[in-house]
Design a binder for this molecule. Structure first.
Ligand code: TYM
Length: 327
């Protein structure tokens, strides 16, 4: 029996961080056993903000290698680069004729990125969610593992699937989101979402020394001025990260000791650093192995491209037929 299909994507815009990992990638790895899983490095999307061509080429390979190092297994899933399957942009055009301008104007990410790139608010940035819908629908994916920040885009994907089906006949499933138990990891400032652009992140390939340099000054419960002040783990981002990486008994103990002011923030962070490094160590070492054998990553991407192109072409044939374009 054919497994149900899922799709997800990630931008090659910088180093992958703990937000990407705990918000999405851990799910990608887990779900590849149960689904026909397709994962994509979305370089077309990354072109919507200022970028450098050589850096982009390098980062596409780095992100692909890092995803494999995190546990994506090419024997279980497909991993490919978006621009290797140009049918994504072809379907995007068709979907863009169904996408209301007003909906796109109200997208939170569009508004945020427009503010940050005020001198480069381009059509691609505006149409970004339509390309994202095309990424998903071209494979008729039924589910999309993402973090919380992508839910609005996913809602639009469902809307466009519905509109297409009503107008041209049943074609696309309405993709549902799959989220981890940590769909919104905060940055080290404890305030905004962890993100590449805010520089409030811990990267997956950072050394233990770099991890500690960033963790040591990280924001905790602001009411806790001295070690003798009792803390509130419920509002402390360091505690949230503990829940992602530390053994259950330690999490319970930290919860108790923090509330009773029996453990200070620095000791708590030292424990976290150790457990975080236990998770990152194997990723870092697999990543440096892959860096030494770039041919392996290229082979994985070539196989992913072949497979995805075939499926994407089938969908486009059907779309062309249904929309009245020439076969
Ligand atoms: P991107 O590259 O910003 O992020 C990749 C994945 O990581 C998740 N994520 C987070 N989750 C929790 N906490 C955080 N702080 C955090 N930061 C990032 C994101 O939710 C995402 O799941 N538009 C997408 C890429 C994309 C895509 C798609 C995704 C293009 N086409 C089709 C799904 C399906 C993006 O920019 O993700």
């Amino acid at each position: 029996m054919r497994h149900k299909r899922l799709f997800s994507g990630i931008q090659p815009t910088g180093e992958l961080h703990l937000g990407n990992y705990f918000g999405a990638i851990t799910n990608w790895v887990r779900l590849q056993d149960q689904w026909d899983a397709i994962y994509c490095v979305v370089d077309y999307h990354a072109m919507t903000v200022e970028y450098d061509s050589d850096t982009m080429r390098r980062r596409v390979l780095e992100v692909s290698a890092l995803l494999i190092a995190c546990g994506l297994d090419p024997a279980k899933c497909s991993l490919f680069v978006q621009s290797d399957v140009p049918e994504h942009t072809e379907l995007m055009w068709v979907l863009s004729t169904l996408a209301p301008m007003g909906r796109l104007q109200n997208m939170t990410q569009f508004k945020e990125k427009s503010e940050k790139n005020a001198d480069n608010i381009n059509l691609g940035l505006f149409a970004y969610p339509v390309l994202q819908a095309a990424d998903i629908l071209i494979y008729k994916a039924e589910a999309v593992p993402v973090g919380e920040d992508q839910l609005q885009h996913l809602e639009l994907s469902r809307e466009l699937a519905r509109k297409f089906n009503t107008r041209f006949g049943e074609t696309f499933p309405e993709p549902k989101q799959l989220m981890t138990e940590a769909p919104r990891i905060l940055g080290l400032d404890g305030k905004s979402k962890m993100s590449k652009s805010l520089n409030n992140y811990i990267g997956l390939t950072e050394t233990p020394e770099q991890v500690w340099e960033k963790l040591r000054p990280a924001y905790t419960d602001p009411a806790r001025l001295r070690k003798s002040d009792p803390g509130n783990p419920d509002i402390c981002n360091i505690f949230t990260l503990h829940k992602m990486v530390s053994p259950k008994e330690l999490v319970l103990e930290i919860d108790r000791a923090c509330r009773k002011a029996e453990i200070g923030c620095i000791e708590c962070k030292k424990n976290l650093a150790q457990n975080l490094n236990n998770v990152l160590d194997p990723i870092r070492s697999r990543y440096s192995e892959l860096e030494a054998r770039p041919g392996e990553v290229l082979d994985v991407l070539a196989a992913g491209k072949e497979r995805c192109r075939r499926t994407a072409r089938e969908t486009m044939d059907e779309v062309r037929e249904k929309t009245g374009l020439r076969p």
